[in-house]
Design a protein around this ligand. Structure first.
Ligand code: CTP
Length: 422
């Protein structure tokens, strides 16, 4: 999982030396709370502010809360080499908030100020907590810099969605102080908080396709696209590069490469184009199984009588992926069923898993209240084989998304270990 839940015991912080780096963003005020939580957990905290940070928060506040006076300058009169001392002595360096500039300089090895020097001088684990505008967060330069740092072992606690500076709303909000403190403790305890899909490419399909009958009518289904969008959003937060092929009209989550489609045939074309480069494909779209043989040009009129609607099957995109997958690729299908019991639901999902030759089938019983199409919540069984079932009880679609991605990440990691990636 990307973020810890805030209830993680903070015991590992007791008696440790933590450098708390604060950079110049509107979220800098939240670093005050982070500082207090680290100190309360027994850490010896040295706050280090960049010059820009001091425009957002007072250095005196950090000096009062921290375990020693806050520092900003590379060459303090009293102590000419604080970067060596602080960096060498630290058990952990936390940067919250971390701006795009800090991330870029750190990735490039530029020590422009005291905090930059500490980051290059330290051998301690480093936790970056980025906060910035959605567009900046989504920019490939920022994502590539983070990927470089993660490859070097730096931990990144992804931002969340919410209110940003200037009244904007979106992905890029600093993680909650409680989660930052918990992530710091987890790192000190030797547990990873890493973005487990960093560097992975994930293709997600979402929404229900529309099969044209004439110029104004179509055959459709009740899928809203919300579950697929939640998967795409969660995958971005976990570090993946996400291509979202969507037949939904909802606004796609930030940070995804969006391909809009309408019909099953268009979806098939988009998936065929993007699947070969994907490490995992999650087919959350409700793809029509049948379409009118011919869409009538123009509009069918009542006076012409009731039309005969001849249907033909659409191509089964998921089955095609299963038959042609590249080694190491993880394939996930969905099954929307009206089942008589959980066992019945899972038996149906297992049949689809075998028939379509995929790794996981996420099954939901759309006959149950608040489950599946059109709802904010879902309840699923993730079927990986006979007897290999994870049941995820009714929860927000984002929670379901993370449970699905846990299973995907586990398979990607074990395939990488076995070396069957290309
Ligand atoms: N799917 C697909 N191409 C289709 C139809 C479905 O790729 N033409 C994918 C969906 O995205 C989903 C899974 O296959 O991941 C659903 O399987 P499907 O057999 O379509 O389920 P149902 O429509 O429920 O099938 P049935 O009516 O046979 O139960």
């Amino acid at each position: 999982m990307t973020s810890t839940n805030g209830e993680e015991p903070l015991g590992a912080l007791a008696g440790t030396r933590v450098v708390l780096g604060v950079t110049g963003g509107i979220a800098a005020y939240k670093a005050v709370d982070v500082c207090r939580r680290l100190v309360d957990a027994g850490a010896f905290v040295s706050p280090v502010l960049t010059a820009a940070a001091t425009r957002f928060v007072g250095i005196a506040t950090f000096s009062a809360l921290g375990s020693e006076p806050a520092a900003t300058e590379l060459f303090d009169a009293a102590d000419p080499i604080p970067h060596t001392r602080l960096g060498q002595r630290a058990d952990l360096v936390v940067v919250a908030p971390a701006t795009a500039r800090l991330i870029g300089e750190y990735a490039a090895g530029i020590a422009r100020d005291l905090l930059g020097a500490i980051l290059l001088a330290t051998k301690a684990p480093v936790l970056l907590c980025p906060a910035m505008h959605t567009e900046m967060w989504a920019h490939p330069a920022v994502q590539e810099n983070l990927a470089v740092l993660e490859r070097r072992g730096v931990a990144v606690l992804a931002p969340t969605s919410g209110r940003l500076a200037g009244g904007d709303v979106g992905l890029g909000r600093l993680a909650e102080p409680a989660d930052i403190a918990a992530a710091a403790a987890a790192l000190l305890a030797g547990r990873g908080i890493g973005r487990d899909l960093a560097g992975r490419r994930i293709l997600v399909t979402a929404g229900g396709t529309r099969e044209p009958i004439d110029a104004v009518r179509y055959l459709a289904n009740r899928s809203s696209g919300r579950q697929g969008y939640a998967i795409a959003e969660a995958a971005v937060a976990r570090g993946a590069r996400v291509c979202l092929v969507t037949a939904s009209e909802l606004t796609p989550p930030a940070g995804t490469e969006v391909v809009r489609v309408s019909s099953a045939a268009e979806l098939a074309v988009a998936v065929r184009e993007h699947a070969p480069s994907a490490d995992a494909v999650v087919m959350a779209a409700a793809v029509a199984d049948f379409r009118p043989v011919r869409a009538v040009a123009g509009k069918l009129a009542k006076r012409d009588g009731i039309p005969e609607l001849a249907l033909e099957p659409t191509e089964d995109v998921l089955a095609e992926l299963g038959a042609n997958r590249r080694p190491g690729q993880v394939l996930v299908g969905f099954a929307a069923e009206v089942a008589t019991s959980e066992e019945d639901l899972e038996a149906r999902a297992l049949r689809k898993l075998v028939e379509k030759r995929v790794d996981l089938v996420v099954a939901n019983d759309v006959g149950r209240p608040n489950v599946g199409f059109g709802h904010e919540t879902n309840a699923v069984s993730i079927v990986a084989g006979p007897g290999a079932v994870t049941r995820v009880p009714l929860a927000a679609k984002r929670t379901i998304a993370d449970a699905i991605l846990d299973a995907v990440a586990e398979r990607l990691a074990s395939r990488a270990d076995r070396g069957d990636e290309q």
